[in-house]
Write a protein of this length. Structure first.
Length: 257
């Protein structure tokens, strides 16, 4: 038995057009899954789907603004029509329109973070889990952040939303475990993505970060994708309700990164 095989499985990856989401989509496909690549704009999603198909995999692109519940329902409906159901759900799409002290955030920015980072993932689960249970089980993976594990005042509400996802994962894991559905989170540290470009493109700040990380480097998207494949596959069959910190050791060393 290949513990990391996803042959015959179907995965939805939100925020799948770039960075961590793109890497997860590519590696799920490499493990054998049919992958539905989703984000707000269809063109970059189609580029990732084409990349998967060129490598011999099976994929499709569906545009979805996850803050809009009707578009979430359409994403799931199109996946069900094309592939017959969902076995793996990766909730990666997120936003952070506020950077600065937590108490300076305005209500529109707060509401946007809550709607995109928390409510959308609950609605995705509401749309997917009943059918997933009928199919015999599956895996849900939320991408959170070390900002939801440690304290921070510059992205505090973003961290709050990610901590809420960990709580949501625990509750869903309890509620759906008897249906063989596992729900987990991956909490990355600093990873070389567009989201953190201002940090890693600044040589001085990058050197400072690398010096703080016990592994001596910041993360790459592939570092996160490998954990996602594990959680989606039989290799992770006895893991549920967990938040797995993938941060090069920075939180262990007493810093956020």
């Amino acid at each position: 038995m290949n513990l990391f095989s996803l042959e015959g499985k179907t995965a939805i990856v939100t925020g799948g057009s770039r960075g961590i989401g793109r890497s997860i989509a590519l590696h799920l496909a490499e493990a054998g899954a049919r992958v539905v690549v989703s984000s707000r704009k269809i063109e970059p999603c189609q580029a990732v789907a084409d990349e998967i198909k060129e490598a011999g995999g099976e994929a499709m692109a569906v545009a979805c603004n996850i803050s809009k519940l009707d578009e979430i329902e359409n994403l799931v409906a199109e996946t069900n029509t094309a592939y017959g159901g969902v076995d793996i759900l990766v909730g990666n799409a997120a936003t952070n329109p506020h950077y600065g002290p937590t108490t300076t955030i305005e209500e529109p920015a707060f509401d946007k973070i809550v709607d995109t980072n928390i409510k959308s993932n609950l609605w995705l689960c509401k749309s997917v889990l009943p059918d997933m249970a009928e199919r015999g089980g599956g895996s849900v993976i939320f991408l959170t952040s070390v900002a939801g594990v440690t304290g921070t005042d510059d992205i505090g509400v973003y961290g709050l939303s990610k901590a809420a996802l960990s709580s949501l994962a625990r509750s869903l894991a309890v509620g759906w475990g008897k249906k063989n559905i596992r729900v987990n989170c991956i909490a990355p540290g600093l990873v070389k993505t567009d989201f953190a470009r201002a940090l890693w493109e600044d040589p001085e700040r990058l050197l400072k970060a690398e010096a703080a990380y016990p592994l001596g480097r910041i993360g790459e998207p592939e570092d996160i994708a490998g954990v996602a494949v594990c959680l989606a596959s039989p290799a992770g069959a006895f893991i549920t309700g967990q938040t797995i910190v993938v941060d090069g050791g920075i939180t262990m060393a007493g810093a956020r990164g």
